[in-house]
Design a protein around this ligand. Structure first.
Ligand code: ATP
Length: 239
């Protein structure tokens, strides 16, 4: 589904991504772990066309995409839930969901939008209850659910999630991870999950990559990583 081959990216002269190679298969959940500043968000920005690479290639469903615009990538089936959620807080829940359709919505597609909304409300009932509420009045966890639902409005095949547990109460974090798993089960969605909560991420992921200063330093099955002493020491802490 997604292949990165030797991808390098810079901010000005700062060399951030150093020949990153990784892949995500169809219906797979892949965790991307690493300390603050390792380059995880930069990798997601490069995947979405917010930043263009200076070397390497990105293949999505066998098509080279590294120089396509963000909009073209969304049309192909990539969708990002950004760090900090990126919601429009004064706008209602439903208006935020409408913004997730910008690559396909027009007036003639109103019925399709309504169908999609009903699908979203069935998946995430809390959003139906709050449909008219300004997004900023929702709890942190509910806002994260809204951000995921908005990304889902564009009918993605691969969802990129940047730190979905950040700043969210632990009981709601479990709910959010359950939603992520449901999306994979019900839609065969592929998911690339950047997460600080490594233990939780490894519980739902099939495979994992660990990044350090712009390089992949570990790659493996999630269940093996949970038992790897170095990964335990660096990322899992004590139970
Ligand atoms: P975090 O968990 O803190 O978000 P991260 O692994 O996602 O960490 P990035 O946000 O990708 O890391 O940052 C990688 C490096 O790039 C850091 O050294 C950061 O300071 C730098 N950086 C990030 N954004 C910019 C920018 N717009 N301009 C210049 N440098 C940047």
């Amino acid at each position: 589904m997604l292949y990165l081959k030797g991808v390098s990216a810079y901010y000005g002269n700062l060399h951030i991504l150093k020949k990153i190679s990784l892949h995500v298969g169809e219906g797979e959940i892949v965790a991307l772990l690493g300390a603050n500043g390792a380059g995880k968000s930069t990798l997601l920005k490069t995947l979405m066309g917010i930043l263009f690479p200076k070397g390497g290639e990105i293949l999505f469903q066998n098509q080279k995409i590294e120089f396509l615009s963000t909009e073209e990538r969304v049309r192909l089936g990539l969708s990002l839930v950004p760090e900090g959620k990126g919601l429009f807080k004064p706008l209602s829940v439903e208006e935020n969901l409408l913004l997730g359709t910008y690559t396909w919505y027009n007036f003639k597609k109103k019925k399709e939008f309504e169908r999609k909304l009903e699908e979203i409300y069935a998946l995430f009932p809390i959003l139906k209850t709050k449909r008219k509420a300004p997004a900023g009045t929702l709890s942190g966890g509910q806002q994260q659910i809204l951000a995921i639902a908005r990304a889902f409005m564009s009918n993605p095949k691969l969802l990129l999630l940047d730190e979905p547990s950040m700043g969210i109460a632990p009981n709601l974090v479990l709910e959010i991870f359950q939603y992520i798993q449901n999306l994979r089960e019900n839609y065969n969605l592929s998911i690339l999950l950047v997460e600080q909560n490594a233990r939780l991420a490894l519980k739902i992921a099939d495979r994992v990559y660990v990044m350090e200063t712009g390089k992949i330093i570990y790659e493996g099955e999630a269940k093996n990583a949970l038992e790897n002493p170095e990964i335990q020491r660096a990322y899992l802490g004590r139970e």
